[in-house]
Design a protein around this ligand. Structure first.
Ligand SMILES: *Cc1c(COP(=O)(O)O)cnc(C)c1O
Length: 351
C-alpha cells in the first residue's frame, strides 16, 4: 500500500478471480465455455484491426440491436457493458442508496462491490439445502441482488418465484444476474416489460464463449437504462472495444451455433453428475455450466489439491458451509473423462 492510497480503501478485500494458469492444465475452474466462439467471430474481430485508429461507438447501437433480436426486447431497454461485472459495479454504485441485500452464499463480487462503494449490506442466509426462499426477500427496504441460477450452487429460482420477490419489492430495485440462465433456467427478461423495479443482467462470457472479449448487458425500463448511461458516460464512454463489439454482434445473432453448444454442455452436465455420484459425490441440482459437489468421505481441500497434481484445476472456497464443496466447470466430454479417471484414482487411494 502506498502512502497515497485513500484510507477508506485500506480495508477493502478485492475479488480473487479463479486462476488462469500458465502451464497446460485441464481448466474447470472459471466456468468458461469449452467450445470456441463461432467461426465468423474470428473473422469479424480480425476485420476490426483496420479500424483501431477510431473509437468504438459509445452508444453500442448495433450491438444493442443484435441483443434486441436475441432477447426479444427493444434496443432502448438494453445497456451494454464491459463484462457484466462492470454493470454490476454500476448497479452497486448507483442504485443502492439504502443498501444492498444478497445471499450468504452467492457470487462473491457482490460483497466486494458493496465494500468498494461503502454500501450497507443485509446478508440473507440460504436454506440448509442451498435453496433460496423468496419470502426472505420481503420488506428489506434494500436493493436486492440475486444470481439466477445462483453461483456457486447452480440452483435456480423459477420465474414465478422471482415475480413473488418483485411484487414484494415495488419500491426497491431487484437485480437478477442471469450469467448462467441459458443452461436450463427460466429467464425473467420478459418481466422487465411489466416490472419497472427489475433489472436483468447477462453476459457473453459463459453461454456465448466470449469470456475473453469482456461483454455484458442489462435489460430494464428505459429510465433504468438512462441511469446506467448516466454513470457510463461519467466514467468510460468507450467501455466496449471495437473487437468485443464485433464479436458480440455476431455472437448475439448466431443462436443456432450457441444453442448447439449449450445442448452439449447440458448433456455433459447430466452425465457428469451421474458419474460423480458413482464415485461417492453428491451434487446440487445445477442448472448452470458447472457442478457443485462434495464427496461423502473425502474433504474438499484434499480432492482439490490432488486433482491439481493430475493437472486438473477446479474451484473451491475456504468459506463456512461450503468448504468441502468443489465447483467444477462442465468441460467437454474428454476433459470430464479425464476428471473422472483422476478422481477414481484419488478416491481409490484414499479409502
Ligand atoms: C461469471 C459471472 C459474472 C461475470 O461475468 P462477466 O460478464 O465475465 O463480467 C457475473 N455474475 C456471475 C454470477 C458470474 O458467475
Amino acid at each position: 500500500m502506498s502512502k497515497y492510497l485513500d484510507m477508506r480503501l485500506e480495508g477493502l478485500t478485492p475479488y480473487v478471480p479463479g486462476e488462469q494458469p500458465r502451464e497446460k492444465l485441464i481448466k474447470l475452474n472459471t466456468n468458461e465455455s469449452p467450445y470456441l466462439p463461432s467461426v465468423k467471430v474470428a473473422e469479424v474481430v480480425a476485420r476490426q484491426a483496420d479500424n483501431l485508429n477510431l473509437y468504438p461507438d459509445p452508444d453500442a447501437r448495433e450491438l444493442r440491436e443484435a441483443l434486441s433480436c436475441m432477447l426479444g426486447v427493444g434496443a432502448g431497454n438494453i445497456f451494454a457493458g464491459n463484462g457484466s461485472d462492470e454493470i454490476l459495479a454500476f448497479c452497486f454504485f448507483a442504485f443502492c442508496p439504502n443498501g444492498a441485500a444478497f445471499a450468504n452464499i452467492t457470487y462473491r463480487f457482490y460483497n466486494v462491490y458493496a465494500q468498494l462503494y461503502n454500501i450497507d449490506t443485509e446478508i440473507v442466509p440460504l436454506e440448509k439445502d442451498f435453496t433460496l426462499k423468496p419470502e426472505n426477500y420481503a420488506n428489506l427496504g434494500k436493493t436486492i441482488f440475486i444470481a439466477n441460477p445462483n453461483a456457486p450452487t447452480g440452483i435456480a429460482l423459477t420465474r414465478k418465484q422471482i415475480e413473488e420477490i418483485l411484487l414484494a419489492n415495488r419500491d426497491n430495485l431487484v437485480v437478477i444476474d442471469e450469467a448462467y440462465v441459458h443452461f436450463g433456467a427460466e429467464t425473467v427478461v420478459p418481466l422487465t416489460e411489466s416490472y419497472d423495479n427489475l433489472l436483468v443482467v447477462g453476459t457473453f462470457s459463459k453461454s456465448r464463449s466470449l469470456a475473453g472479449a469482456r461483454l455484458g448487458y442489462a435489460v430494464g425500463s428505459k429510465s433504468l437504462i438512462e441511469d446506467l448511461n448516466r454513470i457510463k458516460f461519467s466514467f468510460n464512454p468507450y467501455n466496449i472495444s471495437r473487437m468485443a463489439m464485433a464479436a458480440g454482434i455476431h455472437a448475439a445473432l448466431d443462436t443456432e451455433y450457441y444453442n448447439a453448444c449449450i445442448t452439449k454442455i447440458i448433456a455433459t452436465r447430466t452425465r457428469s453428475i451421474t458419474e460423480l455420484s458413482k464415485l461417492g459425490f453428491e451434487s446440487t441440482e445445477s442448472l448452470a455450466n458447472f457442478i457443485f459437489t462434495r464427496h461423502s468421505k473425502l474433504c474438499g481441500e484434499t480432492i482439490y489439491n490432488r486433482l491439481r497434481r493430475y493437472g486438473i484445476l477446479v474451484r473451491r472456497w475456504e468459506q463456512p458451509l461450503i468448504g468441502d464443496y468443489l465447483r467444477i466447470t462442465v468441460g467437454n466430454d474428454a476433459e470430464m473423462d479425464a476428471l473422472f479417471a483422476a478422481l477414481s484414482i484419488i478416491i481409490g487411494e484414499a479409502l
